[in-house]
Design a protein around this ligand. Structure first.
Ligand code: FMN
Length: 346
């Protein structure tokens, strides 16, 4: 019987040994508040490489200090960040895993920024640990141009650090999402009339510093949950423009933009798979499905039924750094762990 989860996959020049992706997950662990990854990040990512993961996506990493959710987030706004990322990348590669980085700006969801910025001055409506989000200031057009440049510079540094791919964070209510959301972006200039404009400019800028054969991933929220939030039709309309601008793979999530109120999803296993499948069918692109897929047979079914090309695991990998090895063993009955662990895992 053929299996899917353990099969290699190639997108442009990115060759993965299996279909398993580690979802980006903020660690909020930069104690020095300088955005530079430390030993925690090194051990965290290298462990998942040892654990057999095909593609690791490093957590939300911000292109500006004020683009961090908290001061403890990773950053890529300076060349000083490059060596510590390179150390992680080089070690991960030793175990046959590929590694990408999620480049982002939190916009109005920046909790520690003195003055968060956003396409408009509408505040994020949910209370945080400090009990309230500082209302954002609306970016000027000149600042938007600088922001595009910041994403580009972040991508240039990621390439310099040796990452195999880049994922732009366009989901969960962060800056790229804020621009494409009709409920958040109320600008009356060109960046409000054309909700895809900022995303397209960022994608084109980032692509201009990436090697030709390196794929660009974009994480998007396929639907919003807030009152008056956008539906999948709007997300697809945006995604078509983003594909045209250079996105090679869509990583399909949902929500994160505001107060879900009565629309709060039930979060059953595989609850977002249907959106991944719709993106795949409508856009004819490779997709990554994510969201409660950590039961190996469910992950295998999503791949086998061609709902998605790759599956991403988040919390399942926090629970078990060797999730990939264990899942492949469960599905295929055999697996090749690092030789040091053969007596435990095979
Ligand atoms: C601790 C934690 C941190 C997260 N940080 C990020 C992040 O940096 N970027 C992102 O796009 N999603 C983030 N997420 C969402 C995950 O990538 C993933 O989409 C979500 O956890 C659902 O997948 P799961 O059910 O396999 O955990 C985070 C989730 C967790 C649990």
């Amino acid at each position: 019987m053929s299996t899917y989860i353990d099969q290699p996959y190639k997108i442009k020049g990115l060759e993965l040994k299996n279909r398993i992706v580690m979802a980006p997950m903020c660690q909020y662990s930069v104690e020095a508040k300088d955005g530079i990854p430390n030993d925690w990040h090194f051990v965290h990512y290298v462990s998942r490489a040892v654990g057999g993961t095909g593609l690791i996506i490093v957590e939300m990493t911000d292109v500006h200090p004020d683009g961090r959710i908290t001061d403890y987030d990773l950053g890529i706004w300076s060349d000083d960040h490059v060596p510590a990322f390179k150390r992680i990348v080089d070690e991960v590669h030793k175990y046959g895993a590929k590694i990408g980085i999620q480049i982002a700006h939190a916009g109005r969801k920046a909790e520690d920024a003195e003055q968060p910025v956003s396409p408009s001055d509408i505040p994020y409506p949910i209370r945080n640990r400090e009990n309230i989000y500082t209302p954002p200031r609306k970016l000027t057009v000149d600042e938007i141009k600088e922001m595009v440049e910041a994403y580009k510079e972040g991508a240039r540094r990621a390439v310099e650090a040796g990452f195999d791919t880049i994922e732009l964070h366009g989901a969960h209510g962060y800056l790229l999402h804020q621009f494409m959301s009709p409920g958040i972006n109320n600008r009356d200039d060109e960046y409000g009339k054309d909700l895809a404009k900022f995303g397209v400019e960022v994608i084109e800028a980032v692509k201009s510093v990436m090697p030709e054969d390196m794929p660009l991933l974009l994480r998007m929220s396929a639907i919003e949950y807030m009152d008056g939030g956008y539906t999948i039709d709007h997300a697809l309309k945006m995604a078509r423009r983003f594909k045209e601008a250079g996105v090679d793979v869509f990583h399909v999530s949902t929500g994160g933009e505001g107060d879900p109120g009565s629309l709060r999803p039930k979060r059953n296993p595989g609850f977002q798979v249907t959106y991944a499948r719709t993106f795949k069918e409508e856009l004819d692109v490779p997709v990554i499905a994510v969201g409660k897929l950590h039961h190996p047979h469910l992950a295998e079914a999503v791949l086998g039924n061609e709902d998605a090309d790759l599956i991403a695991i988040g919390r399942g990998m926090l629970n078990d750094p060797y999730w990939a090895l264990h899942a492949m063993k469960e599905i295929t009955g055999k697996v090749t762990p690092p030789k040091q662990y053969v007596r435990g895992i095979r």
